[in-house]
Design a protein. Structure first.
Length: 425
């Protein structure tokens, strides 16, 4: 198993917090993969329209902006371990319960408000992964974490069977309720398996007697000094662009294929399975050979696959290609892009952020990314109201800009050699 050896070695060597995070990750990733493909069509079935869905996404992102801004101070003051369990329950247990019993637009708004708190959990999670691990193996660690959720992709077709038999809304209510129980177990179990990191313990002592507001805004000069680094600035810009892309694609891709291409809701369950089938070999054979220093080819290939997914879906309508074939090819390209770009971007952020101020700088980065991406849902929802294809055309433009930013970024990561991972091709 030549290709899988690096990941297997990483998995065997995990200990402490990294081991705890990997062991408990399926309890979060499996439920989220099960309900995510159907979230927007579930809201449509409840009675919401495209503009309301876009508004919920944008309001949720606006609240995430606030929580992202304060997340670094919260994580530093109360510790990575404690904030993971408290805000994990607030941001996932409560929203899943609300989604399970939602009946109207305000119900989804309240759920989005609670779910926005995941920014605090995300900051704590990133700190726990990075602070107790070697930077040389970060790509492998993030790949292992992502692999934990791949099994869910093989289970999603079962959801499609239940949707076909029991219809969409009852099935989704049961899935959301089950997700609530699984995610509750995950965060409580993680609390008992993990320990506070050395950096986290030091930051707790340093932050005693200081308010969240003072901690947050005292880190502003540090962030301003660091963001002048071209590596960090371009990395944040690229992640912001891909965040906008992900928001639009996740929300409006299912709506496009079910409205314009008249694909059934039950058929949506096929695509997570396809994503897992495509992603797994890429994680095992390609991602272990990617390093942050040689990122040019992986970045450009990943962005190119994102663009190809949109071109196939929209540009081949006039060709004699069946609807199902077009959608399957598009989904395959999309899954390949996500598999390649996800671990690489997570690792890049781990490398370019200084460790001593990781939590506070990460919080400002979260806030900056969200400030840029917050309007994406509302804009896409408005575009969808006029034409179902326009949100995807917006995404194609975002990818073109992302290619330009990537070409600038790779020069700062390794000025002498930006040839990418030669072994891939």
């Amino acid at each position: 198993m030549k290709f899988t050896y690096p990941l297997w070695l990483t998995l065997r060597s995990l200990k402490g917090n990294q081991r705890a995070l990997v062991v408990t990750e399926p309890l979060w990733s499996i439920p989220s993969v099960l309900f995510s493909p159907f979230a927007s069509v579930y809201m449509i079935a409840i009675g919401l329209n495209g503009q309301q869905i876009g508004a919920i996404v944008s309001i949720g992102l606006g609240l995430q902006l606030l929580w992202g801004l304060f997340s670094g101070a919260i994580v530093d003051k109360y510790g990575r371990r404690r904030t993971m369990v408290i805000f994990g329950l607030l941001s996932w247990t409560i929203p899943c319960l609300l989604w399970a019993f939602a009946h109207n637009y305000p119900d989804f708004l309240v759920a989005a408000a609670f779910n926005s708190m995941w920014q605090v959990t995300g900051n704590g999670f990133a700190c726990m992964v990075i602070e107790d691990g070697s930077q040389d193996s970060l790509v492998h660690i993030w790949t292992v974490i992502n692999l934990m959720g791949l099994v869910a992709g093989f289970l999603v077709p079962i959801v499609g069977i239940f949707i076909a038999h029991f219809t969409l809304v009852p099935t989704m209510r049961v899935i959301y309720f089950g997700s609530m129980m699984m995610m509750t177990i995950r965060f409580v179990w993680l609390y008992f398996l993990s320990r506070e990191t050395a950096t986290g313990s030091a930051r707790i002592k340093e932050c005693q007697g200081r308010s969240i507001l003072s901690l947050t805004f005292s880190g502003w000069p540090v962030f301003l000094a660091e963001i002048r680094n071209p590596r960090l600035l371009l990395s944040v810009l690229l992640i912001a662009l891909l965040s906008c892309f992900s928001i639009v694609q996740t929300t409006f891709w299912p709506l496009f294929v079910t409205t314009s291409d008249h694909m059934s809701n039950a058929m949506l369950s096929v695509f997570p399975l396809l994503s897992s089938l495509v992603t797994l070999p890429i994680y095992l054979a390609v991602v272990p050979r990617i390093t942050v220093r040689f990122a040019r080819r992986p970045l450009l290939i990943g962005l190119g696959l994102h663009a190809a997914a949109i071109v196939v879906l929209l540009g081949f309508e006039s060709f004699r290609i069946g609807v199902l074939a077009r959608v399957l090819i598009s989904a395959t390209c999309e899954a390949s892009a996500l598999a390649m770009l996800g671990p690489l971007l997570e690792s890049m952020m781990g490398v370019v952020i200084p460790s001593e101020e990781r939590a506070r700088i990460t919080s400002f980065i979260f806030a900056g990314v969200l400030l840029i991406s917050t309007p994406a849902g509302w804009i896409a929802g408005t575009l969808f109201r006029f034409h179902h294809a326009w949100p995807l055309e917006l995404n194609f433009c975002l990818i073109i800009i992302g290619v330009i930013v990537s070409l600038l970024l790779v020069r700062t990561l390794n000025p002498r050699s930006d040839d990418g991972v030669r072994a891939i091709l």
